[in-house]
Design a protein around this ligand. Structure first.
Ligand code: ZN
Length: 151
């Protein structure tokens, strides 16, 4: 399962009752994107929640794809967001805190940790391939990205 399948909406019950409808707890599930983040229900949410929902929509759902919000851009952007937080030196607990403050989302720190470990392993594998294929510049680039994540 991708990390984006393990990102959840905080205060899910409360939001569902404000919207007077149910939606999945998982933030990137298709129905959540439709109902919570692109729905007509925004006005029914309290102000603090509205701000975060709008921030999420602006930051992750702003592409022009025809299939928006089901095109996969949101997931890709969110993964980039997690990696950027890591590059700023944050550990899994801090990353979970920040996504909570910024977007009212949460994840289990253990899931974030395995996502980061997997990303580093993926980069290592790509680095080795680049070396084998004789693309030393590409390998160097991947190495520096990896070292930023691993430090
Ligand atoms: Zn898109």
């Amino acid at each position: 399962m991708a990390i984006t399948d393990k990102i959840y909406v905080k205060n899910h019950q409360q939001l569902a009752s404000q919207l007077e409808t149910s939606f999945p707890k998982s933030a990137f599930s298709g129905a959540t994107l439709d109902i919570l983040f692109q729905g007509e229900g925004l006005a029914k949410l309290d102000e603090a929640t509205q701000d975060r929902v709008l921030d999420f929509a602006e930051d992750f759902l702003d592409c022009d794809c025809q299939a928006n919000p089901h095109c996969g851009c949101a997931e890709r952007k969110f993964i980039r967001y997690l990696l950027e937080l890591r590059e700023q030196g944050m550990g899994p607990d801090a990353i979970v805190d920040v996504m909570g403050e910024e977007y009212m989302l949460y994840a289990y720190p253990g899931d974030v940790l395995s996502f980061l470990d997997n990303s580093i392993r993926t980069l290592e594998a790509a680095e080795m391939l680049a070396d084998v294929d004789d693309h030393p510049e590409k390998a160097d680039e991947l190495r520096s990205v990896r070292e930023n994540l691993a430090r």
